[in-house]
Design a protein around this ligand. Sequence first.
Ligand SMILES: Nc1nc2c(ncn2[C@@H]2O[C@H](COP(=O)(O)OP(=O)(O)OP(=O)(O)O)[C@@H](O)[C@H]2O)c(=O)[nH]1
Ligand SMILES: [Mg+2]
Length: 243
Amino acid sequence: MQLDFVNRELTIKLVYYGPALSGKTTNLQALHAAAAPGSSGRLMTLETRDDRTLFFDLLPLTFKNQGSLAVRLKVFTVPGQVIHASTRRLVVQGADGIAFIADSRVSETQHNAESFMDLKQNLKEHGLALRSMPLIIQFNKRDMPAVRSDEEIAQLAAQGREPVYMAIATRGLGVVESFIGLLHLTWSALDAEHELDRKFGFDSKAFLGQVAQKLGQSRGLPDILRTSVGGALDVLRPEAVGR
Ligand SMILES: Nc1nc2c(ncn2[C@@H]2O[C@H](COP(=O)(O)OP(=O)(O)OP(=O)(O)O)[C@@H](O)[C@H]2O)c(=O)[nH]1
Ligand SMILES: [Mg+2]
């Protein structure tokens, strides 16, 4: 987090982490597409022709809250391929919150686990504990064959404390919900540490609702936050979204 007192501007860094091809870049593209004009800057991506991120992607989002404080969100993705280990370590530095994008396919279970360990290790190298990092987990690619079942994911979700979301990023499903969940957690953590709401007279609930609206959500904040497992399961079944 960076605070510019003179311009009353707060910058928060959010990082999308996960194994290669799990859909991190696709999440940012969907967020970019959902954002109202004026809220989003240019999405910067650098990839090879076969969709592999080479360095990182960056989506800058800016939201003004009743004139009291401007909040800039810098949303990054890491490159998931194993060879880009040093880039991941660099990108994760200074992260205020992390969205872990897992690939729902059974065949990718091992890659998800390895990437999660890699995240833990990289945070540790920056002196950060995964335990104290605001974190949401997204199971993406729910439309693909041979994915882990809803029940299995619900069970996993019940074991951990992180909110878990289901998504089909290529159709924009679950993307904004995951993002709002992440922003909610991250703001709560920053507020607990720095008392942002009190010091700036900032209404963070209203702010989050406003961000959701600017990202095309017509539902209220409580409904959006309720979409973490199990609520999202029904909404995101392919048969329920009419593929
Ligand atoms: N069927 C399906 N395909 C998806 C979904 N999300 C992403 N993809 C596809 O999966 C491929 C990889 O997606 P990316 O977003 O580039 O993956 P990434 O996590 O950024 O990959 P790296 O940059 O290599 O780490 C692309 O062809 C996407 O179109 C999804 O929900 N369903
Ligand atoms: Mg990518």
